[in-house]
Write a protein that binds this ligand. Sequence first.
Ligand SMILES: [Zn+2]
Length: 451
Amino acid sequence: MRKSQLLTALFFFLASFQTFSQNLAIKGGWVFDTPSKTFLKNPGLYVKDGVFVNEGESLKDWKTLSFSDEDYILPGLIDLHAHYRVSNGGQAFDDTVAMPKIFLANGITSTFPAGEIEPEKMWDLQEEIDANRRPGPRILHSGPYFGTAAPDWNPEFTELEIRDRVDYWASRGALGFKAKGITKEHLAILIDQAHKHNLTVTGHLDSGFRNSVNPQDAIKLGIDRVEHFLGGDLLVSTISAYNSLKELDPADPRLEEVIQLYIKNGVYFDATLGTYGAIGLVDSPIFGDWANEAQYLTPFSQKVVEAVKPSSFNELCALIYPVKQGTLLRFYDAGGLITVGTDRPLLLDNYLGGGIGGFFIHREMAAMVEIGIPAAEVLYFATQQNAEAFRIDERAGSLSPGKWGDLMIIKGNPIEDINRTRSVHTVVKAGKVFDSKLLLESARGKLGPVE
Ligand SMILES: [Zn+2]
């Protein structure tokens, strides 16, 4: 297929998300104006056939929602590292029962699962959600991991087998890929083949230790986004990235070189900052449990979680967290492109602190603001910049005509206090209105295995 045909195919796939046709007018409150990154008085928002439109036609038979001056309307959040995975006793599965409701209730209207453990189950879920048979965010499929993180990965895969794997999942509608536990040779093939489909690649990489890939080498291979660590020569290949990171000085002048490499190549960095603070059991209101999240776990899962004791990994993350804070701020100050992802698989018997993916996006945004990134910028990252990084900005990221009718409504101005994003009460996806409280109630006691 030529590139134009591929883009047309992608367009129709994205357009196929619109299956709901309740026309909706939203009046009152304030709206996030993406170009100026400020809130303006709501001039009226209109969603027709699931997409924002300009006013200009009769609103007869339209559903109207009216809000007050305390209500702030933002584009639906996009989570570019949204695990649905739950694991216990060496068994992992993708939770399609409670996770989708919890993501949506928190204002997240689009999720990139960042490596699906059970891709077929995730495709079934997406079809159910898109047909409005169950509530959930849009699923921007990653397909299975590329690398040893995938249960079916074979380190001996040939070049042809990797290209076929890319072609197969792209033909199924994967919208991007994620590498984890991959070698440099295999990553080069993945990037090359994904780009033929005009799809992006991100990676959970390492220092180069034990046949892993350092992000700076991945950038030279053309990777589009990087998760967790910036990489570079400061992460020496003789020890793992985690062990190297805790020693790293964010003020080290040598960090500049790798930051500039990202900027020069337009590569996005998803720091997944908050999860390290949470796993590090950092004492901060950011990591507090404002929503009593244990109530969403099944009784069995609650028991498993309660029995887990802190481990040396918790201590390691406590050391890594301030390093990540410093490097992310430096990356931001230099003009680096930041994306937002939660990275909260629910590892029940390896309890790492900090909560469930859907709620966690509010912690991730607050953690970025705490290091000094302006709240308005962080809101922009979690919406428009994430959409650009994933190349869906024609359809998502702002409240603009032509884009998906996806938004969330909170109480109070989040630019004055980022923690106000936690107050999301109403979510609209493709023009369909959801009450956050009802969504959460229906997820209570449902997350995780029952025995
Ligand atoms: Zn992850």
